[in-house]
Design a binder for this molecule. Structure first.
Ligand SMILES: [Zn+2]
Length: 227
């Protein structure tokens, strides 16, 4: 069972209380740490604790170091499992996707996969390049989850409505298609302004209506293609 996955962190409820899991360090997914950390252990990938402790900077601005009570107390590197409610709830780290500290949470009996922000449903994702994020890594994570998850699992995105395997696959194809289109244009010597003027991502236009607009996504992909 889980309650809010946004703003406060992912809360796993059990008869004995609850656990708090952070899928990554961003404030809209760790904002409840200080309050809920008084009542329950906070569990996260080690880079989540590191970035919260040191403070961070990205396109959204500067975030000061988090207070001690907001830091995860149980950290892991590759994976960790919670055994509650008669099921294994498995957090698996995928490196360099949305950030460098993302985890995907598998509710193995309930047949639910929580993608954290490695999945923005129906919109271009924010990729936190300044904090170890990468579009290629995000796509690798999504492809990995697609190849290992059950066909009928429910899929919770970090942003956007509840989804399923088909929805996650559609997101993977958008990441792949737009990355390839921009890599091709960069290889042909096109500048970012030319790519914008030529609207090379026109076929994916509906994905540019969320938090990340088409031109911002184009800039992210162009930056990555030039690396
Ligand atoms: Zn995020």
């Amino acid at each position: 069972m889980f309650a809010s996955s946004r703003l406060y962190g992912l809360i796993v409820l059990s008869r004995k209380g609850f656990h708090l899991v952070n899928t990554h360090y961003h404030g809209d997914h760790t904002g409840g740490n200080e309050i809920f950390g008084k009542e329950a252990p906070i569990i996260a990938h080690e880079n989540v604790r590191k970035r919260l402790a040191s403070g961070s900077k990205n396109l959204g601005g500067e975030t000061p170091p988090a207070p001690k009570g907001a830091l995860p107390v149980i950290t892991f590197n590759d994976r960790a499992s919670l055994h509650v409610n008669g099921e294994e709830i498995r957090a698996v780290h995928f490196p360099h996707g949305h950030t460098d500290g993302d985890s995907v949470i598998y509710f193995t009996q309930s047949n639910v996969v929580h993608m954290g922000d490695d999945f923005f449903n129906g919109m271009y994702p924010f990729v936190d390049i300044d904090n170890g994020g990468s579009v290629k890594g995000m796509l690798a994570a999504v492809d990995n989850v697609l190849s290992t998850m059950p066909d009928d699992a429910k899929v919770i995105p970090g942003h956007g409505p509840l989804s399923d395997k088909a929805g996650l696959r559609a997101f993977a194809e958008v990441l792949r298609g737009t990355s390839n289109a921009v890599a091709k244009a960069v290889a042909a010597g096109k500048t970012l302004d030319q790519m914008k003027a030529e609207k090379i991502l026109a076929q994916w236009d509906s994905w540019g209506k969320g938090f990340i607009k088409t031109d911002a996504w184009l800039a992210t992909l162009a930056g990555e293609a030039k690396k």
